[in-house]
Design a protein around this ligand. Sequence first.
Ligand SMILES: Cc1ncc(COP(=O)(O)O)c(C=O)c1O
Length: 367
Amino acid sequence: MTAATTFPLAFSATPSQSARAEAEREAILADPGFGKHFTDHMVQVTWTLDEGWHDAEVVPYGPITLDPAASVLHYGQEIFEGLKVYRHADGSIWSFRPEANALRLQRSAERMALPSLPTEDFLESLRQLLAFDKAWVPSAPETSLYIRPFMIASESFLGVRAAQKVDYRVIASPAGAYFHGGVRPVSIWLSTDYSRAGRGGTGAAKTGGNYAASLLPQAEAYRNGCDQVLFLDSVEQKYLEELGGMNIFLVRHDGTLITPALSGSILEGITRESIIRLAKDRGHAVEERPVTLDEWREGVASGEISESFACGTAAVITPIGALKGPDFAIGDVSAPAGALTMSLREELTDIQYGRKPDRHGWLTRLG
Ligand SMILES: Cc1ncc(COP(=O)(O)O)c(C=O)c1O
């Protein structure tokens, strides 16, 4: 069926005949882990050069059929988003700044020569999926439903050019508490052999290739006993950029927050921007500027830098306990997490879970 392009998109729905029974769903929600289980439905919308966005549907969750020549399989023309849906104490369901994810998907689309999905259609795709799968939003503390919208080049064509057929999908996966037994500082491995992104590259886009490029250095981090990998700028190998999947902040002893400026090769994190807002609201100075590795190392040694943390949707705020490189190690993962780090984490999660007023209008009700 081909429906003519309408704005906003009109969705049709085919409810799943094999939706999990309540008992099975509850057993999964009791210990969901991360990214292992998926809800009963998914959203799909097709784009073609001739017709634009059309055929918007909610369908049963299941495999995607792709022609072996689909260009995403060869040239990696794809983008994605990641956001969470939270259940509040009264049972209502909310997402955090989803329009910011819509705008980032549009920026990623532009860089990767994919079509732009209007914000209203992005938000409607979330509403539509949640209309069927809201029972999958867990209610235990610090749990959520992780939503993964993505777009792939599905045209069967081996020429290297932007695809003329693209699929947008949304899937969802219940997520358990990131930290079991309390927030734990992580250790960071400094990658000196590999870069995540270069000048003029795709670092600011949320596209699979950036993550593929981070897997080998991430494995190096694990081999060296670290949890996460930190990348420096690819030109001078001197400035902090970000971790494989999180932005980074340092805290000066006077309470100033310091974070690498958006250089074009860093992903513009929504958590990052929210933390900057909350810190400024409290009267903290926030410096967004180039930050050198030496500044961090020397600052920790002199006591000038008192805390550091990573941030992103998955873990919200993760205290950094130690930084290790091929020839140095600073910090100690067994030291307690910084006080400002923990209080910003608490404030942000309190807003997300509806425990504190949403004074910036960051929450959107989805059910
Ligand atoms: C490379 C990278 N940097 C930063 C972030 C943090 O972004 P956000 O706070 O929007 O989740 C993510 C996670 O999406 C990421 O993958």
